[in-house]
Design a protein around this ligand. Structure first.
Ligand SMILES: C[S@@+](CC[C@H](N)C(=O)[O-])C[C@H]1O[C@@H](n2cnc3c(N)ncnc32)[C@H](O)[C@@H]1O
Length: 288
């Protein structure tokens, strides 16, 4: 049996010669897949099966696949190699050198999407590739969503994902008192805990994206202050935190005019994020 392929056909992307039978081709592809899987497993990839599938689906030819597998064996993030990642059902461009959005951040984005009023205004600080900002724009194309990042490479990447981003420190240049929602996944790893991160993360991902200073809260404290400038009364701040940071950041939130925050935890039961409301207007304040 011959396989008459259309001009553009993903099934021919593994570079098998035309003229082989379907059976020969799928046997060849299965052999390649097993070899890739074995190499990734040996290299210590936790999700080797999924990664093998993604590399094979994205590589345009056999030579590229070989180079990509070698890079992955060295520990380079998969998303830098394929240049993309899925975030809440959207494919985003990820440039090499820019922090790779984690699937756990989907929770923050989904919560922010539910709190953003129709046609509202959102600011995503520390946007990276712009995953949260891009999601918020997709939830409501009528909303105004702006973003900042200190890293030029991140800003360029976020722009390629359709995000209106400025290279700036946290809330600088965004104006004040006009946003319904402020989101941020800022660096929050205590400097002393950086060495406890997965070796590949430490080796490849930018320190600027991870290191939050001695207690991990250097940027988060400034972020809370910045959010209190950006938010309109009754607006919401959502940010990721970790470890034992809830109490300390809760105190800072209260001092900056936020109501008591509520926290959420990830699948492993670890503290992952908080949502807090900035000074509701007098009218909507509950009577004591
Ligand atoms: C942990 S990454 C998160 C990126 C993105 N929000 C995400 O979830 O994929 C933190 C990002 O904050 C940026 N960043 C670090 N310090 C910053 C600052 N003071 N102002 C703005 N961005 C900052 C880094 O360049 C990095 O892109």
């Amino acid at each position: 049996m011959r396989w008459h392929r259309p001009a553009i056909d993903r099934s021919n992307r593994d570079g098998l010669a035309s003229g082989v039978t379907v059976e020969e081709q799928s046997a060849g592809r299965e052999a390649v897949r097993s070899a890739v899987l074995e190499r990734l497993t040996r290299a210590g990839c936790v999700a080797a099966e999924e990664e093998a599938g993604e590399l094979m689906a994205s590589a345009p030819d056999r030579g590229t696949l070989e180079r990509w597998v070698s890079r992955r064996e060295q520990g380079e993030p998969l998303a830098w190699i394929t240049g993309q990642i899925d975030f809440l059902g959207r494919t985003l461009h990820v440039a090499a050198g820019v922090y790779v959005p984690r699937y756990q951040t989907e929770e923050l984005a989904a919560r922010a999407g539910r709190l953003l009023p129709k046609g509202g205004r959102a600011a995503d600080l520390c946007t990276g590739v712009g995953a949260v900002a891009a999601y918020l724009s997709s939830v409501d194309p009528g909303a105004t969503v702006v973003a900042t990042d200190l890293d030029r490479r991140a800003a360029t990447c976020a722009r390629s994902n359709g995000v209106a981003v400025v290279v700036a420190d946290l809330d600088c240049g965004l104006g004040s008192r006009s946003f319904d929602v402020v989101t941020a996944v800022a660096p929050y790893v205590p400097t002393g805990a950086m060495r406890l991160l997965a070796p590949d993360v430490v080796r490849y991902e930018p320190r600027l994206a991870l290191d939050g200073g001695p207690d991990g809260l250097d940027i988060l404290r400034r972020l809370v202050t910045g959010a209190s400038r950006l938010l309109r009364p009754g607006g919401w701040l959502l940010t990721e935190i970790g470890g034992e940071q809830g109490t300390a950041i809760g105190t800072h939130l209260a001092a900056s005019g936020f109501e008591r925050p509520s926290f959420w935890h990830d699948d492993d039961g670890d503290l992952r994020g908080l949502v807090a409301r900035w000074r509701p207007s007098e009218r909507s304040r509950p009577t004591p």
